[in-house]
Design a protein around this ligand. Structure first.
Ligand code: FES
Length: 122
């Protein structure tokens, strides 16, 4: 049987606060949109992290959130486009590119990417 949860969403960029009802078999982002709440998104596919939020309270299931490392999931981030509510929730939008920076930002400029070796080098 479908369970319906109450999800509070604080959109920090727009300084808006929303309360929506989310069935446990629907993605949170989709439910928000169908209730007239506009939130950031791009791929809708769990890959780009544009829709990432900080989970302030409650439990979320996001088995398809391939764009989010297990470390960041454990740290309380979620991708709303592929997230199911497992309880009542309170979430807030991330800073712009916050999750992307946490995952990838630090690796740039550290010289970890190897350039291809010249072909004649043995
Ligand atoms: S919109 Fe791209 S990960 Fe959710």
């Amino acid at each position: 049987m479908t369970q319906v949860y109450t999800v509070q969403i604080h959109n920090r960029q727009k300084a808006t606060h929303h309360v929506i009802q989310v069935p446990d078999d629907r993605y949170v982002l989709h439910s928000a949109e169908s209730q007239g709440v506009e939130l950031p998104f791009a791929c809708r596919n769990g890959a780009c992290t544009t829709c990432a939020v900080r989970v302030l309270s409650g439990k979320i299931d996001q088995p398809e959130a391939m764009g989010l490392s297990p470390k960041l999931r454990d740290a309380g981030y979620a991708l709303l486009c592929v997230s199911y509510a497992c309880s009542d929730l309170a979430v807030e939008t991330q800073d712009e590119d916050e999750v992307y920076e946490l995952q990838f930002g630090r690796h740039f400029g550290k010289g970890k990417v190897r350039q291809g070796l010249p072909l004649d080098e043995e």
